[in-house]
Write a protein that binds this ligand. Structure first.
Ligand SMILES: *[C@@H]1O[C@H](CO)[C@@H](O)[C@H](O)[C@H]1NC(C)=O
Ligand SMILES: *[C@@H]1O[C@H](CO)[C@@H](O)[C@H](O)[C@H]1NC(C)=O
Ligand SMILES: *[C@@H]1O[C@H](CO)[C@@H](O)[C@H](O)[C@H]1NC(C)=O
Ligand SMILES: *[C@@H]1O[C@H](CO)[C@@H](O)[C@H](O)[C@H]1NC(C)=O
Ligand SMILES: *[C@@H]1O[C@H](CO)[C@@H](O)[C@H](O)[C@H]1NC(C)=O
Ligand SMILES: *[C@@H]1O[C@H](CO)[C@@H](O)[C@H](O)[C@H]1NC(C)=O
Ligand SMILES: *[C@@H]1O[C@H](CO)[C@@H](O)[C@H](O)[C@H]1NC(C)=O
Ligand SMILES: *[C@@H]1O[C@H](CO)[C@@H](O)[C@H](O)[C@H]1NC(C)=O
Ligand SMILES: *[C@@H]1O[C@H](CO)[C@@H](O)[C@H](O)[C@H]1NC(C)=O
Ligand SMILES: *[C@@H]1O[C@H](CO)[C@@H](O)[C@H](O)[C@H]1NC(C)=O
Ligand SMILES: *[C@@H]1O[C@H](CO)[C@@H](O)[C@H](O)[C@H]1NC(C)=O
Length: 745
């Protein structure tokens, strides 16, 4: 099984590239690899809530002579025995040893683990959260809720993790804090390193600190990066507790066996929300450790919030596609860190960059484009920069070509260049982000880049200046879908629309480990990065707020509330746009852009039971054994009334429509006023007829359920291969909207 790294941070400044073999992990010299082994739950002899017994049971699957053996590095061959999220274990084995195990009774499956990769001052206000009012007040800022963050670790002592104003952990909390002394407090109530028990879970990278503070960082005044984006930083749930599980290291990635072990522990320790900004490319759910572990966590009432991936804008590039996960794409906020370039012919083009040195003169400098004679030199690779004179000049470079954006700037600087204009290629078009460049730079659109190229071609002595404009708030076209945000359709389950939701993930300012250079001259350090790694913890924090305001809502109900109340228009009331400045489709935005205050009062929710998921998995034609590996109990699909994927009681629709009509039932639960009355409103996808029955639904009390059916009929032959629309249930006070994506067979 091919495992590929997927980076959920869109900029990975200078981190070393990680070399992996085709199955994602190095074979050690003895041919040992880490396998995740699923076994049948032991029969109820003995007391298997005692960890030791369970581990002994797992050992019976290993060949006798290795069950207690250690490898050449003195590591036990048994890596982890899981006891909450799956029946099974991780162990270092040879292919022959696995083969021998397959004949043992109770064995279900074994596969080599994959390696996953980790892929603010203003985003709370942008999302309508304000101190001492509205939803932040109603939800007590997430007080009492525990968010588990699986990532690179944490930076203890950072002011974002101060516990000022925070109560002690709830009585149910059973976790451990393995940080030294005072570094554990009422904010960081748990911190464990699953990669190496001998080391505290310190974040040597920054990603873990950034994601944790985005979810639940406390208020910090005067947070900024080089003076940009200055303001009060706070996570989405500023008074929620954090439980940190270190499962990744920069040069190692995030081994699935370790991620699984951390989820296993988090379930037992008592987290309410899991925030996991990690992912791998699409896999069937039974072969995806995060999906199987997330299933059990969800069944125990834990909402699992995950990144959608950074492989956009191409389609079918999603990570974390299971219907029980909240799959979060990324969008822009209305803040830009603006710079412009003015050309010798007076044309100006604006773009973005974080690094805005005050002493850089805004005068015209010679402008050069390495790709002028040879288009493959357009990417400003170091060897091509050697063959032309860039000294003291502004250099135009195109994104792509195998080097990262910030790296290009470093290469230009090293070659003597004074500044860089970074332009998009046609695929990325208008999709830019503010990067923390190492030289004066501006990142412009493809269209602007083409105009700049034409200008260079039109004169023998082209010139340009770079002018810095600082932080600008109020961009009316926000939110836009981030160009890098992974897109549907869902490969592992085409009948479920993904991503579910988009949230802030571009140029997000949040906590960062203390820098050696001490750039800010304060104890706190913040940095600005982009990725679905950043949007995921925004939604994790919002889920914590909802959990605090509605402790009785299931994970599916919280998801539904978030999805059916999402915004589908931008600040100027126009459809949310993509990187071509065209309306974005549902495979980019899912249900739309999160609106936390509305999610707090959705009116109706679509809930999903355990049995519903089992019927759904049977409908996917997974084998009984494969399903057992996911749901962790015996399943006989022959005795289950299976349902098609699109029939799951999901708050959105993804339908493959041929010539015969298709009917699906959906059940809504009233979580609004006792007496409420809804009628439906449909935005009909082109070429499709939709019949909804009944026309009206009414409730007389809270938690009452109502079922309706929706029939999709192909009406006329449309040229499009897929069309989209919405079905809403509307009352005097609520709109409960579900997106509809239809693909024609
Ligand atoms: C199993 O062991 C746990 C921990 O010792 C104990 O609390 C529980 O009551 C035991 N269960 C049974 C069925 O013996
Ligand atoms: C265990 O026994 C098998 C079969 O006798 C042998 O091939 C293998 O090398 C042994 N493994 C170890 C770790 O001793
Ligand atoms: C775990 O950390 C200890 C203490 O820093 C170190 O000596 C050991 O080599 C580490 N183990 C692994 C497997 O990296
Ligand atoms: C950030 O804003 C605060 C409050 O407005 C101000 O006191 C501080 O000087 C600003 N810092 C920077 C670096 O602009
Ligand atoms: C993404 O799509 C573009 C245009 O369709 C194509 O040229 C490119 O190869 C695709 N990239 C990947 C990684 O598939
Ligand atoms: C164009 O540049 C590339 C990359 O530097 C180089 O490999 C190639 O030989 C060049 N082609 C020509 C025609 O000069
Ligand atoms: C550059 O200008 C020449 C002459 O005006 C024109 O023929 C050519 O197409 C231009 N090239 C580009 C890349 O615009
Ligand atoms: C950075 O500098 C400030 C002011 O000089 C100092 O108070 C602070 O402790 C320094 N931070 C670190 C992490 O060294
Ligand atoms: C499962 O198998 C049934 C019967 O062969 C088929 O109709 C259905 O389309 C299959 N479902 C999926 C998701 O492949
Ligand atoms: C939908 O609900 C109706 C009425 O309860 C029922 O007759 C029908 O069988 C249901 N359809 C499906 C596909 O479950
Ligand atoms: C569909 O395609 C045909 C042939 O290309 C074209 O004549 C027709 O106008 C198209 N119809 C629509 C609704 O776009």
């Amino acid at each position: 099984m091919a495992a590929i790294l997927i980076s959920l941070v869109y900029i990975l400044s200078f981190s070393p590239t990680i070399a992996v073999t085709s199955n994602g992990i190095e074979n050690d010299a003895n041919g040992l690899q880490t396998y995740i082994v699923h076994v049948r739950k032991p029969k109820q002899e003995g007391n298997f809530s005692i960890k030791l017994d369970l581990d002994n049971w797992y050992r019976t699957f290993l060949p006798d002579n290795i069950s207690k053996s250690i490898d050449a590095h003195h590591r036990s061959r048994m890596v982890y025995g899981y006891r909450n999220v799956i029946s099974g274990f991780a162990a270092r084995l040879t292919a022959e040893e696995v083969k021998a195990m397959e004949t043992k009774s109770g064995f279900i499956s074994a596969r080599v683990e994959n390696i996953l990769e980790p892929q603010t001052t203003h985003s709370p206000n942008f999302l309508g959260l304000h101190q001492n009012s509205g939803f932040w007040k109603d939800s007590n800022l997430g007080k009492g809720v525990i968010i588990g963050v699986l990532d690179m670790g944490i930076t203890p002592g950072h002011p974002s993790f101060s516990d000022e104003g925070m109560p002690p952990p709830p009585a149910k909390w059973k976790g451990k804090c393995e940080l030294e002394g005072a570094n554990c407090n009422n904010k960081i109530i748990g911190a464990r390193n699953f990669l190496n028990k001998s080391e505290p879970p310190i974040d040597n990278d920054g990603h873990g600190t950034h994601t944790a503070s985005t979810a639940a960082g406390n208020f910090v005044n005067g947070a900024n990066l080089f003076g940009q984006a200055n303001g009060t930083a706070a996570g989405m749930a500023p008074l929620a507790h954090l439980a940190i599980y270190k499962v990744c290291e920069t040069d190692l990635g995030c081994p699935e066996s370790i991620v699984n072990a951390a989820i296993d522990a988090a379930v037992e320790e008592g987290v309410d929300v899991l925030s996991i900004s990690l992912g791998s490319p699409s896999l069937p759910f039974f072969a995806d450790a995060m999906a199987t572990a997330a299933f059990t966590a969800t069944q125990k009432g834990i909402l699992v919030s995950c990144s959608a991936g950074n492989s956009g804008p191409n389609s079918s590039t999603l990570a974390n596609e299971a219907p029980w996960m909240l799959t979060v794409g990324a969008s822009t906020i209305d803040r830009s860190i603006v710079a412009l370039t003015q050309l010798g012919n007076q044309e100006t083009y604006d773009g973005e960059t974080i690094f805005q040195p005050k002493d850089f003169p805004s005068k015209q400098l010679p402008l050069v484009y390495p790709g002028v004679k040879n288009s493959s030199a357009a990417f400003c690779l170091p060897e091509t920069l050697k063959s032309i004179d860039v000294k003291g000049k502004v250099v135009l470079c195109q994104r792509g070509g195998g080097t990262q954006r910030i790296r290009k700037g470093k290469d230009v600087k090293d070659a003597g260049g004074a500044a860089m204009i970074l332009m998009n290629d046609e695929l990325f078009d208008y999709g830019t982000v503010a990067d923390n460049h190492v030289l004066p730079a501006v990142y412009v659109s493809y269209a602007a880049g083409e105009r700049i190229k034409a200008y260079i071609n039109s004169t023998s002595s082209p010139t340009a200046s770079i002018v810095f404009k600082g932080t600008v708030i109020g961009k009316k076209s926000a939110p836009e879908v981030a160009v890098f945000s992974s897109r549907g359709p869902n490969k592992a389950s085409p009948g479920i629309l993904k991503p579910d939701i988009i949230g802030p993930g571009v140029s997000i300012l949040a906590a960062w480990p203390f820098s050696e250079e001490n750039i800010t001259n304060t104890k706190s350090t913040f940095t600005m990065i982009s990725g679905t790694s950043m949007s995921c913890p925004h939604l994790s924090g919002i889920a914590a707020l909802l959990k605090s305001a509605h402790p009785d809502w299931s994970p599916a109900a919280i998801k539904s509330a978030i999805m059916t109340t999402a915004d589908i228009v931008n600040l100027e009331g126009k459809p949310i746009m993509n990187h071509h400045l065209l309306p974005a489709d549902l495979f980019a935005v899912g249900a739309g852009h999160v609106n936390p205050s509305k999610a707090n009062d959705p009116g109706l929710v679509y809930d999903i039971s355990h049995d519903d998921y089992v019927r759904y998995l049977c409908g996917k034609n997974y084998t009984d054994q494969q399903i057992e590996g996911i749901v962790d109990h015996d399943v006989q699909c022959s005795k289950v009334s299976s349902i098609a994927e699109a029939e799951l009681n999901y708050p959105s629709f993804s339908v493959k429509l041929g010539s015969s009509p298709q009917t699906y039932n959906r059940t809504v639960t009233n979580v609004g006023q006792d007496n409420s009355f809804y009628t439906h409103h449909i935005i009909v996808p082109e070429g499709v007829k939709i019949i909804v029955q009944p026309d009206k639904i009414s409730f007389t009390e809270k938690n009452q359920k109502a079922t309706y059916s929706v029939t999709f009929i192909r009406d006329q032959i449309s040229n499009a291969s897929s069309v989209q629309g919405y079905l809403s249930w509307v009352s005097a006070t609520h709109t409960v909207r579900s997106p509809i994506a239809i693909g024609f067979e």
